[in-house]
Design a protein around this ligand. Structure first.
Ligand code: ADP
Ligand code: MG
Length: 636
């Protein structure tokens, strides 16, 4: 902080804000007009806070002021002023709220967006950088503000939106905040009354305080959720959604209901068309507003919907809820709990109908919000079966990674003799398709669900079964599918002499060689082409899940597996023969370790590569000797 003769006390913006301002003033936003929505929404927040404060505290500055927003223009000087009679700010609060970005992560998020995505003005409202958007249109902004706290002097903040801002004491009679916007030369449209009115209509029509533009009321307050459905137009629904979600999206679907018994309440719920969580890796905040007979009680009500429905936006209004209910007593309120369970049922029923009647739309929904919805299978015991039906996966039956299959579809396609539902987990479809575990499924034409979201396996293994069919991982040791493979008919004509016996010897060698590295060695009845693979003993989660556990618990050791060997594989047959000659033992041991590590790698387990590389080099040297040895023989 330094003194500046012309401007007053000067402050540097937090470095993050400087970057943000730079992005805002240099990106070409398609809808710069949203700055007005942001300023009005801040004014409305400040008024809402004032409203709540006044409910329980009689003593504060400007007690008789009406709660409203006033917009005035000075066309000649291109100045737009947005005033409110909200809680205002003290000098410290101005420094705190306007000089720093409160929501961590917002800036990194915006800085990492592509140029195209930055132009999408929806982003501005989503990540709490609303106020600064004013610098898209302004070359100077003043904030004059006076707090509701008595005795606090008024204060003026001003900045041109580059590196610094200035603070000065100021005379301001009324409580609240004036935002004085000096428009840039080519942004004069924002002092036109008609333009301002139309922006308010578009974004701020449902603000629950009067907005006066040059003396005229610009917004209408209709509690459309209290109206009968037939009285509400499509346009009103969409406008209300835009207002409530602070975006320009069109919702994917909505649900307008009113209930009489056991509790009287009406609600409009919307499902957005975009999941911003997948953009920013940041958890969405709950977006339900709770009203009691048209009076706002809470604007981000968390108690009315479970976490796994946090993407739903909307309002719930019940006259039965006391106005003075505190956040602490919410959870214990039986009425709230009851409403919550009704709302959840309504949403799930709607999703089921969508799934049944508008499959494509349901899949669009799933691609956006599926990863949030499925969290519910873990948490919501009451609705677990319904949620399981709503889940979608990719599978071996899909043409590509975009295909979706439900558990119901899977079950309907099961082979008559098939008893279990199978899945396999890996990072992506390509990796899964190369997996040796799939060989037997392909041969028997049995469908396998492909799980690529790390959560899916937790969810499926938590479900245990679907429509009484056990759900099993394809890399488990004792699958029902393999049962009849026991009675194998082996074509022995191509096998080496004495194979039964020498193959057993080889298995023994493998077991001794890998004594510390595997749990057991067995003959495989699932492999078709590959020489060997590693399978999990029953009850042990797949390697994929074990790796996830390891990320949280570094002491966790990935459990040992059973090595399965394919007696039909040519290399295994050759190895069995070599194994009969003690001179080859050192070479065989190396190869066995290499085979084991190959199988581990196929499971995505990475380990120190140096020992493996030197072993591979030795093996290749043996190979060159063998090849040249052969040649010599031929030449002679
Ligand atoms: P957000 O509204 O998401 O918190 P903004 O950048 O829009 O982010 O605003 C930053 C902060 O500045 C607000 O949280 C609030 O504390 C303060 N603020 C902005 N405008 C006003 C206003 N009109 N009255 C009181 N405080 C305000
Ligand atoms: Mg804001």
């Amino acid at each position: 902080m330094t003194a500046d003769i012309k401007h007053g006390e000067s402050f540097e913006f937090q470095a993050e804000i400087k970057k943000l301002l730079n992005i805002l003033s240099h990106s070409l936003y398609t809808h710069k007009e949203v700055f007005l929505r942001e300023l009005i929404s801040n004014a409305s927040d400040a008024l809402t806070k004032m409203h709540f404060y006044s409910l329980s505290n009689p003593d504060y500055e400007g007690k008789d002021l009406p709660l409203e927003i006033t917009i005035d223009v000075d066309e000649k000087n291109k100045i737009l002023t947005i005033s409110d009679t909200g809680i205002g700010m003290t000098r410290e609060e101005v420094i705190q709220n306007v000089g720093t970005i409160a929501k961590s992560g917002s800036l990194e998020f915006i800085a990492n967006l592509s140029e195209q995505a930055r132009k999408d003005s929806n982003i501005i409202g989503q990540f709490g950088v609303g106020f600064y958007s004013v610098f898209m249109v302004a070359d100077e902004v003043r904030i004059r503000t006076r707090s509701y706290k008595k005795e606090e002097p008024a204060c003026e903040w001003h900045s041109d939106g580059t590196g610094k801002y200035f603070l000065n004491p100021v005379e301001k009679e009324k409580r609240g905040t004036d935002i004085i916007v000096h428009l840039k030369e080519d942004e004069k449209e924002y002092v036109e009354k008609v333009r301002i009115q139309s922006i308010i209509k578009k974004y701020s029509n449902f603000v629950s305080f009067p907005i006066m533009v040059c003396g005229e009321r610009a917004n209408q307050i209709t509690a459309i959720w209290k109206e009968p459905k037939k009285n509400v137009t499509e346009e009103q629904y969409n406008e209300f959604y835009k207002f409530i979600s602070n975006t320009e999206d069109t919702p994917l679907f909505r649900l307008h209901t009113s209930a009489e018994a056991p509790i009287q309440f009406s609600s409009i719920l919307y499902c957005p068309s975009t999941n911003y969580e997948t953009y920013g890796f940041k958890k969405l905040e709950h977006g339900l507003q709770l009203y009691s007979n048209k009076i706002l009680i809470q604007s981000d009500c968390k108690m009315l919907l479970p976490e796994y429905l946090r993407f739903i936006r909307g309002v719930v209004d019940s006259a039965d809820i006391p106005l003075n209910i505190s956040r602490e007593t919410f959870q214990d309120n039986r009425m709230i709990q009851k409403m919550k369970s009704i709302l959840v049922k309504q949403i799930i029923t709607l999703l089921q109908e969508l799934d049944k009647n508008e499959k494509e739309k349901y899949e669009t929904f799933w691609r956006q919000f599926g990863r949030i919805l499925k969290e519910g299978v873990h948490i919501d015991f009451e609705n677990r079966d319904l949620l399981a039906q709503l889940m979608r996966f990719n599978s071996s039956q899909c043409a590509d990674a975009a295909g979706l299959v439900s558990l119901k579809e899977y079950v309907s396609r099961m082979k008559p003799e098939q008893k279990e539902i199978y899945y396999i987990t890996a990072v992506n479809r390509d990796t899964i398709e190369k997996s040796p575990y799939l060989e037997i499924f392909r041969k028997k034409e049995v469908e396998v669900l492909y799980l690529t979201d790390p959560n899916d396996e937790f969810i499926l293994s938590g479900l245990h079964e679907f429509e009484k069919k056990p759900i099993r991982s394809a890399d488990q040791a004792n699958l029902d599918l393999l049962r009849d493979s026991d009675k194998k008919v082996v074509d022995t004509s191509e096998e080496p002499q004495n194979y039964e016996e020498i193959f057993k010897h080889l298995m023994k060698t493998v077991k001794v060689t890998l004594a510390d590295r595997v749990m057991d060695v067995k003959e495989s009845n699932r492999l078709v082409d590959s020489p060997c693979c590693l399978v999990n003993p029953d009850g042990v989660p797949s390697v994929h899940v074990q790796k996830l556990i390891q990320m949280v618990d570094s002491n966790y050791k990935i459990s040992k597996k059973i090595m399965e060997i394919n007696r039909k594989n040519r290399m295994i047959q050759n190895l069995s023969q070599m194994n009969e000659n003690p001179a080859y033992q050192p070479l065989i041991e190396k190869m066995v370790h290499q085979l084991f590590e190959n199988a581990l790698m196929q499971d995505g387990v990475v380990f120190d590569p140096t020992s493996m590389v030197s072993r591979l080099n030795e093996l290749m040297e043996e190979l060159t000797k063998a090849v040249l040895g052969e040649r010599k023989k031929i030449i002679i």
